[in-house]
Design a protein around this ligand. Sequence first.
Ligand code: KIV
Ligand code: ZN
Length: 576
Amino acid sequence: MNTFEHKKYRAFPPVSMPQRKWPDEQITKAPLWCSVDLRDGNQALIEPMTPAQKHKMFMLLVRVGFKEIEVGFPAASVTDFDFVRYLLDNDLIPPDVTIQVLTPAREDMIAKTFEALKGARRAIVHLYNSTSTVQRKHVFNLGRAGITDLAVNAARTIQSLANGQPQTEWVFEYSPESFTGTELDFAVEICDAVTGVWKPNETHPVIINLPATVEMSTPNIFADQVEWFCAHIQKRDAIIVSVHTHNDRGCAVAAAELALMAGADRVEGTLMGNGERTGNMDVITMGMNMYSQGIDPELDFSLMDEIVKTVQDCTQLSVHPRHPYAGELVFTAFSGSHQDAINKCLAVREEGSPWDVAYLPIDPADLGRSYQEVIRINSQSGKGGIAYVLAREYGIQLPRWLQIEFSSKVQKQAEQTESEMSGEMIWNLFKKEYLATGFSATESHFGEANAGGDQYRLNHYNIRRQDGVDSISAGLEWNEKVIDLEGQGKGVIEAFVHALSLRSGLSIIVVDYNEHAISAEKDQGAKAEAIAFVQLNINGERISGVARSVDIIEASLAAIISGVNRSTKLGQLLVA
Ligand code: KIV
Ligand code: ZN
């Protein structure tokens, strides 16, 4: 028998709702957020958080801006009970933050929950029981009425214990757990029965939380369920509709987003989506999605590296390098065409204008990330990225024709080493290929690399101008000999190329020439320098040369010599 058998499964039934409104809605403001990192997230860890880790995580959640934080399941865990007491006894809960605790629909556990919360200024008691068809049938062996009785009795116990602790401002929350597997009419029926006990009003609303305990359908069906629920629940104005999506199908964020469009007011989730199985809804992704649409998420993720570090320290789980917004590689482009587009967009970007950069949905700087990491080089990278790295790190603006030539050399090295090329590796390759040639050993900026004797070097030169024509006399060093050259032309470059042609008998044409002052110099300190790039055609062979110097004429002449040295044609011809 084939073990990979799709016929074992059934399609999730759609909600019949031809008048659905949510597809035309837009998210325009942040929901009420509730972090469940310390409860749902914690319950899913291989090693649940220690008290110190819980404290660290709580402080982070407060800093990020959560106003509601589910801090534990005190009736089920001694650590959680003690942690709630620790927060309260040490007055660690800021005045604008409300802690939330989870309780099952069991009298003894509800009593324990209230004991944990003694003395709280304000607290949310979160009651849940499972309502799905599968759990009613196979886990509880109860019909709808039996399940409703459990919820209603628990709601009564909660109300009565709350009445006994009037110094606390109580907020109640009810979750028909496994809502996604519950018939919608029953979900509404049981929630109405619970709110019938708690009697909320607009000033004292209750929270009804609709969990996708298991994500069972496409997010549009979840949105239908939420819209249907909102349309049929009684006392809608006295109810904060919350959603709590899990990520079994990988759509927890999308489901929560569509749920907001369908009428939900509140969202529960965790940082980076830690939680049972494939996790809870990732609040960072959802919040940053809003941010990228110009909506204030009312949570501050600007210190993303710190958030990532704390979450990793507390959960002992690593963050995937491609995790949306938070991963190490999410603002990095390796592909040549992407690098090129990013490079061009960043170059024309004006400070204060709306963000409009290809391949970067948000500005990495908003999350404390730098532009430095946007473009990284491997064998997939193209000329734009390589040029960007040289410009960013060494102030070198490669002309386009040289970008094309040099990128193939970088790619070749990246392929050979099968690794990423750092800025320094690219620069070293560039120096070795073009710059380590052209000057006399004594004057060289790259003395060691120039020390060999089998290449031409500029020893001296003299220029005279008469009637618009430049005449040059120059000496080239070669193996401790000096070769004298004479030539004329319009401008120094033409004159020098003429001198080389005369001496070698070869046709030498300057195809392209560029120069610029070097702005940022890693390699040479603050010394002001110019760099010259030349592309020569030597008897049909195109060859590039580059040199830099504090003197622009010297840089130009040395760039031509660098090209001559790189040419297979000239070789030792000048000496002959
Ligand atoms: O996923 C879930 O259903 C829960 C409930 C307890 C809200 O975590
Ligand atoms: Zn959950």
